[in-house]
Design a protein around this ligand. Structure first.
Ligand code: NAP
Length: 254
């Protein structure tokens, strides 16, 4: 999978929310985007939309927790400009005392091991490009904790540490490592997935918050960071809505 002259960007979790918005914005910025997620119909529809808009996109169904599938996917790339490790999310909001270990395991698998699989498999192609970029979508949850958040906070700390450590280990190679840490982003599925389809609980996350971030706001920061000159490494970009001063201090107009 190469396109002479056109830099390629792989985006995981491109079937919804921040990943879909990032695919649209990177395509508009001149990248040939490769959309991956488990829901094939979603990414195929988005790839068609991007192609219809005059940009370049392809779709590839992929579960980032499946190492064999990730390795097979990576064989298609001789060189790669950008990898956006966006696939991830939260499951549950239970206290440590009662949280389901299976939720913790699944969050670790997608947010940490998924990012590890994709990064390991594609690092040779990113290096071969002579100017590669790895983006890791962590979260403000990867920087400070909150009640009911421990499983997700632990997983996002894992993603943050992966990014920080990789940057140390590959310094001197032509690959930069960018961590984007958003606060509250109102996407269609994040909170609904967290609360297993309970839309009332999901709505409470954003209740009274005048303007949570949108998927496009975060995609904008990713696209900006990726399109800086190659010698400029945005190590960490923390972005929150104005109404959110910390993970536990949110202004709600109720
Ligand atoms: P979202 O709409 O729920 O998107 C999550 C994406 O991850 C989906 O496209 C989903 O696609 C994909 N995914 C989940 N498990 C996967 C797997 N095993 N293999 C491949 N893809 C998988 O959530 P979002 O709000 O856009 O969040 C995107 C990222 O930003 C996540 O890493 C999230 O933790 C992070 N983040 C979100 C917020 C927020 O407030 N929304 C804040 C900070 C950070 P399929 O189901 O089709 O596979």
């Amino acid at each position: 999978m190469t396109a002479a002259g056109t830099p390629i960007a792989v985006i995981t979790g491109a079937s919804s929310g921040i990943g879909a918005a990032t695919a649209r914005q990177l395509a508009a910025a001149g990248y040939r985007v490769v959309l991956t997620a488990r829901r094939k119909d979603r990414i195929e529809a988005l790839a068609a939309e991007i192609n219809d808009a005059g940009h370049q996109a392809t779709a590839y169904a992929l579960d980032v927790t499946d190492r064999a599938a990730v390795d097979e996917f990576a064989t298609a790339f001789r060189t790669l400009a950008v990898l956006v490790n966006n696939a991830g999310g939260a499951l549950g909001a239970d206290p440590v005392a009662t949280g389901d270990p299976e939720d913790w395991r699944r969050m670790y698998e997608v947010n940490v091991l998924g990012t590890l699989h994709m990064t390991q498999a594609l690092l040779p192609a990113l290096t071969a490009s002579g100017d590669g970029t790895v983006v890791v979508l962590s979260s403000t949850a990867g920087h400070s904790t909150y009640e009911g958040g421990a499983g997700y906070v632990a997983a996002k700390n894992g993603a943050r540490v992966l990014a920080e450590t990789l940057r140390l280990e590959i310094v001197g190679t032509p690959v930069r490592v960018i961590e984007i840490a958003p606060g509250m982003v109102k996407t269609d599925e994040f909170a609904t997935t967290r609360f297993r389809g309970d839309t009332d609980k999901a709505a409470k996350v954003y209740a009274g918050v005048a303007e949570p971030l949108t998927a496009d706001d975060v995609a904008d920061t990713i696209t900006w960071a990726c399109t800086r000159p190659p010698h400029v490494n945005i190590d960490l970009l923390v972005v929150r809505p104005r109404a959110q001063a910390s993970n536990t201090k949110v202004h709600r107009e109720l």
